[in-house]
Write a protein that binds this ligand. Structure first.
Ligand code: 16G
Length: 241
């Protein structure tokens, strides 16, 4: 099964072999993988070698350990491209998943200096502050905090933001959403986020801040979305000039 004469280290070959089994559906999310002893017999390597492969796969989020129970196959991460300015609702529907939201906050607040500058409005002008947990097939994926100048979307209410904000802006207001600048940063969840996202304390999240403008250049939102790093990875296509 493994090529002992290959310059590829044994632990690496085991990882590749196990990843292949996961990809081919031989192991599915939630399945317990065989014990270290069993794997060392199957692959005819030491338990230390097996342990290294497993640790690497746990660190990569492919497997997870549960104390006293064993090691299991994790859900595959959602790969989100960084091309194209889509909404959460569109992204999930495109994957055949059902999007939903739980509203945590819906308030009108005065713009502080930093937000006013980002949104090209005066300080103290009214902003909608919307905080939602975004779910895919009932599983929490991200906590999202959105600021929108209130004057742009006068009729916005709690019911509307249970659904798609972008759809509301386009369909009801006829706005043309143009482009955005995004910043991605890694951080770890605090206690509240851990509870909301149903992940252990100090789990990693990837925070994307999106500053969006309409096609006429009017800034319309500043959004911070904290995506579970165990469920998301981001990809982009790049070209060398
Ligand atoms: C995405 C956007 C967010 C936008 C939201 C609208 C990123 C990083 N963020 O989550 O800026 O406000 O979609 O979603 O992609 P909705 O139309 O489903 O409410």
């Amino acid at each position: 099964m493994l090529d002992k004469r290959s310059p590829m280290p044994m632990y690496y070959q085991i990882e590749e072999h196990m990843k292949q089994k996961i990809q081919q559906g031989e192991f599915i999310p939630g399945d317990m993988i065989p014990s270290e002893r069993e794997l060392s017999e199957t692959y005819e390597v030491s338990r230390m070698t097996v342990r290294q492969s497993i640790t690497n796969m746990v660190n990569d989020g492919i497997l997870y350990r549960e104390k006293g129970r064993g090691t299991f196959v994790a859900e595959q991460k959602i790969e989100q491209t960084l091309q194209g300015m889509t909404s959460f609702t569109e992204d999930m529907k495109a994957r055949g998943m059902v999007p939903s939201s739980r509203l945590l906050h819906f308030d009108v607040v005065p713009a502080q200096a930093e937000m006013a500058e980002k949104l090209g409005i005066n300080q103290e002008e009214e902003l909608f502050l919307i905080q939602r947990i975004r779910f895919a097939d009932q599983e929490p994926m991200a906590v999202e905090t959105t600021f929108i100048p209130a004057k742009l979307v006068p009729g916005l209410n709690q019911d509307i933001v249970q659904g798609s904000l972008y759809e509301y802006m386009e369909a009801t207001h006829g706005y043309q959403i143009g482009r955005a600048t995004q910043l991605i940063e890694a951080t770890i969840v605090d206690q509240q986020e851990a509870e909301l996202l149903q992940v252990p304390l100090s789990s990693p999240v990837l925070v994307i801040e999106r500053n969006s403008v309409l096609t006429d250049g009017t800034p319309f939102e500043v959004v911070k979305s904290a995506y579970r790093a165990d469920r998301y990875k981001f990809s982009s296509d790049i070209t060398r000039k």
